[in-house]
Design a protein around this ligand. Sequence first.
Ligand code: SF4
Ligand code: SF4
Length: 238
Amino acid sequence: MSKSESLGLRLGKARVASVPDVADRARRGLLAFASAMAEKGHSPSEIATQVSDGSAAQGIGRVGLSALSTQGLACAEGCAFCCILNGEDGGTITQAEAVELHTALSPLSGQPDGRGWHPKACPALDPETRRCRAYAARPMICRSYVSGDVAACERVAKGEAAEGPGTLAPYHTYLAAIGLSRAALKGAKRVSTYSLAAVAAGAVEGQSLDRTLASARHKPGELDAELKRSKRDMSRAS
Ligand code: SF4
Ligand code: SF4
């Protein structure tokens, strides 16, 4: 048995705490990702690396988002209530996303950042224009959090409850894909997640990538807690 078959078998057997449809979609996406990479000539080790750093989960999430309509959404450039990060963490992101975000923001180190507009704003935000300064590198949580009602987003940013804003389904598939990747690669490769707020802050404060990743890395229980929240949200929506 080749190592790529071994990864396929591991993915087939892996389990994640998500609703069954979402877990199945994530597993199919990971298997398709691994198979497409193998067809392009990538080695089993290269494929495992892209599964472990979250590139595979990120790709699955982005493909899912690209198939959705944006009709009825109020989201627009400069509308940034969703970039006010309640809590310290700011959201769960993969290693591939953390590296991309850090690379995009590092050249802006020392410039005024989002916290000049609002103390809890994401450091990636421009405090004047309220546009994301790392738009092309923004992680799945930013791409999939949407709303049809800006006023509801403003209330949520103030810590009030409001109906309307929420994450689109591909975010939940992406999360399940990270969980399956971790389960499948257990004992072979580490699958880490990171705090969006800490990665953005490290980059704009001039910290090296290695130091930022070390300080922003989640404990394993963070992904489990996010998967639990995702499962609860998906169960409520169904
Ligand atoms: S989620 Fe809300 S605050 Fe964010 S861009 Fe959309 S409407 Fe604006
Ligand atoms: S990375 Fe960009 S889109 Fe995401 S929270 Fe920060 S400023 Fe907003």
